[in-house]
Design a binder for this molecule. Structure first.
Ligand code: N01
Length: 547
């Protein structure tokens, strides 16, 4: 950290201006009357939806629940055009939110926080940015997203490639011209599965490089049904309440039936109906034990494999696409539009890089370990993210007595509730590791965290507390609980980014909380009602600079 003196003091620094940062800033300013500075690395608001402009990008949550619920007028006035919200429309929505609540004045764009150090004597943070800002604040609140640091595999030769290459999470704003081009897409996660059908239509030829075959469910995307929308708007408060008290943050009725207690015929009928309904309904609405019992899960996995065989014309290609090495939904469940159908196109080839990895990127394309060369003009890396911890650890975050977050998390993230970390006083994380976050409909989890943090800050103020820190024991118990719950699920049976398995050398630790949004919310509420158990609270050793 530089030695120059701070140029500014605020009550809180908020890092990031996506869903989380926007709402957090609004809460701090409007409800708590605090001064806050938001730093955002993009030149506009939107976070994930600012960066992910790849073809076909849209959210897998249905649009009517992929939004803020804190303002009834906002809910009523905004109308989504699609069943699922497309990236440009989500970005428009977040810009609308920023304007409607006059949030831009608190945001400094094109600015990344590089360091945040806590000073035990003053009870203050000093925050530095890549633009030379140096600011002190009582609180630091991270709103940095869970999936915001892209990973490009370290394949030799990328520097020598003479064509264009892009990562899906840093897509050029002006778009990429695919017409007449030979394109390679590496990766078949959510970003790959969404972009592949669109790139196939736009390009001359597409080669998909697949390491792990995936289960994906059709979105059954379309325009919003106006009658449905009218009904939603008439019952919005109730619908949002149902989402908040559900396990995954969706207002869907959860099944209480085991996949193993119904006849084969009935099960197939249910799966077929939910396949036609599309999206997360298949996973959340079918059977209660799909995520918990391998035999129950096998019935769903086999149904999807049957669908792949049915859809894909060429049996050899279908065989390559069949996921067999992990259970359905043990990696992030995928939702697609015409993904498997795309492999019936004459201009699309599938290359199995599980058995023949990409060995080199050459000046003209890619070479796999079986000696095959693929000449391409554009490479699209749909290769994912250093999720949940990557963006934290890029920053130099130091807490009490100079403790470094990088050291603390060297064997995997450790937090209390995914909201705070012991020895990092007055720092809160919105949807941090250890919270339901990525296993839920994000705006629902974000709102819960922002509101919980705001209530806590209000409480601290009322009780004249200057410094608050998570207790080590509370954190240890929470981490044990997160692990214990994860052990009971299918999630442990796949090499997924939930476990950090996609990043070479990253500790294999299950990072989100799989116990459900509803259970988690209740626990957070209980902790608040008990006077915020699991936190130590003290007055600062020096008077605060402002208050
Ligand atoms: O990334 P991913 P993503 N060599 O990590 C492969 C959210 N999201 O950007 O499975 C070769 O899921 C990797 O292979 P494997 C959502 O939460 C949401 O697609 O590790 N291949 C995999 O196929 C999602 O889960 C939405 O064997 C390599 C792919 O690249 C998360 O973001 C849309 C490789 C990466 O898949 C991330 O999704 C988009 C290598 N070295 C994203 N490294 C919606 O809501 C990785 N791969 C719609």
């Amino acid at each position: 950290m530089s030695q120059s003196t701070a140029t500014k003091h605020v009550d809180a620094v908020v890092i990031g201006a996506g869903f989380a940062g926007l709402y957090m800033y609004k809460k701090l300013r409007d409800d708590l009357g605090m001064t806050a500075q938001v730093y955002e690395r993009g030149d506009g608001v939107g976070g994930t939806w600012y960066w992910n402009r790849y073809p076909g990008a849209r959210c897998d949550s249905e649009s009517y629940v992929y939004c803020f619920s804190f303002d009834e007028d906002l809910l009523q006035e905004w109308s989504w055009s699609g069943k699922y919200p497309e990236q440009p429309e989500i970005l428009e929505y977040l810009n609308h939110v920023a304007d409607r609540f006059d949030l831009r004045s608190g945001i400094q764009f094109n600015t990344s926080v590089t360091a945040a150090h806590f000073d035990d004597d003053s009870g203050m943070w000093t925050v530095e940015t890549d633009q030379g800002d140096r600011v002190t604040s009582k609180y630091v609140i991270t709103a940095i997203g869970c999936i915001s640091t892209g990973q490009i595999p370290n394949i030799p030769g990328l520097d020598s490639f003479e064509g264009e290459w892009h990562h899906t999470g840093a897509w050029p704003h002006e778009g990429v011209e695919f017409e007449g081009k030979r394109v390679a897409v590496i990766g078949t996660g959510s970003s790959g599965v969404q972009s592949i059908p669109v790139i196939a239509r736009e390009s001359e030829h597409l080669t998909v490089f697949q390491r792990t075959p995936q289960y994906t469910i059709p979105a059954q995307h379309g325009t919003v049904d106006q009658a449905f929308l009218k009904e939603v708007k008439a019952n919005y408060a109730e619908i949002m309440q149902q989402a908040k008290t559900s396990a995954a943050g969706f207002p869907y009725d959860a099944s209480e039936v085991s996949a193993l207690e119904v006849s084969d015929e009935e099960r197939l009928k249910t799966y077929e109906e939910l396949w036609q309904k599309g999206g997360f309904h298949f996973m959340l609405g079918s059977y209660s034990d799909i995520a918990l019992d391998r035999r129950a899960n096998d019935t769903a996995s086999e149904f999807i494999r049957g669908k792949i065989r049915e859809i894909v014309d060429d049996p050899e290609t279908a065989e390559k696409l069949l996921p067999r090495d992990h259970p359905f939904a043990s990696k992030r469940a995928l939702i697609d539009t015409n993904y498997f159908e795309t492999y019936n196109r004459d201009n699309v080839d599938l290359v199995d890089i599980r058995h023949f990895p990409i060995e080199e990127i050459t000046s003209t394309g890619l070479r796999t370990s079986d000696g095959q060369e693929y000449e391409v003009d554009v490479i699209v890396f749909a290769t994912g993210y250093d999720a949940m911890t990557g963006t934290f650890l890029k920053m130099d975050i130091r807490g009490s007595n100079g403790a470094q977050l990088r050291d603390k998390w060297s064997d995997g993230p450790r937090t209390y509730l995914g909201l705070a970390a012991a020895s990092f006083p007055n720092m809160f994380m919105i949807t941090g590791p250890g919270s339901p976050s990525v296993l839920s409909n994000m705006p629902v989890s974000i709102e819960q965290h922002v509101e919980w943090i705001s209530d806590f800050i209000e409480y601290l103020r009322e009780h004249d507390v200057d410094v608050v820190d998570a207790e080590q024991q509370a954190e240890d118990e929470w981490v044990d609980h997160v692990n214990e719950i994860a052990e009971q699920t299918m999630y442990m049976l796949a090499d997924s980014w939930y476990l950090g398995a996609n990043i070479p050398g990253k500790p294999r630790v299950f990072m989100p909380y799989a116990g459900g949004v509803n259970v988690y919310r209740e626990r957070c509420n209980e902790i608040a009602a008990e006077g915020y158990t699991g936190f130590t609270m003290s007055e600062s050793r020096e008077p605060a600079l402002t208050d």
